[in-house]
Ligand binder design. Structure first.
Ligand code: CUA
Length: 152
């Protein structure tokens, strides 16, 4: 019947979504370990222990923390370098408007909202040069907002 066809269609959609989500979690070259966050007053970024001097910090055996400040229309730092197969936790916040922090070709793709800290822990298993892009429209030069991630 008509009703049954809709039910089947809905089931197919649900299975499709689940497959998409599963694929996303094991996407090429990266394992998403954790995704969490916190809050911050944008006015205090310069004095903040993590964001006052953004960049890469070696915090353990194979553990790195990367603090990134987004603002129209750039990331600080512009270039990030981390070793392959290490546990990398990104902390990203915005100084002004909503941006995103998206590493091309991986499933690192998070909104960056002023007042909030986007946090995610990932492991890059493939060395390479990855582009960092902003996927949230943030004004006239949104399209020029980019950075670079070197996995070595
Ligand atoms: Cu920042 Cu678009």
């Amino acid at each position: 019947t008509y009703e049954k066809a809709w039910l089947v269609a809905a089931m197919v959609l649900i299975v499709g979504f689940m497959a998409t989500i599963t694929y996303g979690a094991v996407g090429p070259g990266i394992a998403m370990i954790d995704d969490d966050g916190g809050t911050i007053d944008p006015a205090e970024i310069n004095d903040h222990e993590r964001f006052g001097e953004p960049g890469v910090e070696h915090v353990g055996d194979d553990e790195y923390e990367v603090a990134v400040v987004a603002q129209a229309w750039s990331y600080t730092p512009e270039q990030i370098e981390v070793p392959a197969d290490s546990e990398v936790t990104f902390y990203v916040t915005s100084r002004d408007v909503t941006h995103s922090f998206s590493v091309v070709g991986t499933n690192v793709n998070t909104m960056v909202i002023p007042g909030q800290i986007s946090e995610m822990t990932v492991r890059f298993d493939e060395p390479g040069e990855y582009g960092i892009l902003c996927n949230e429209y943030c004004g006239e030069y949104h399209h020029t907002m980019e950075g670079k991630l070197n996995v070595v």
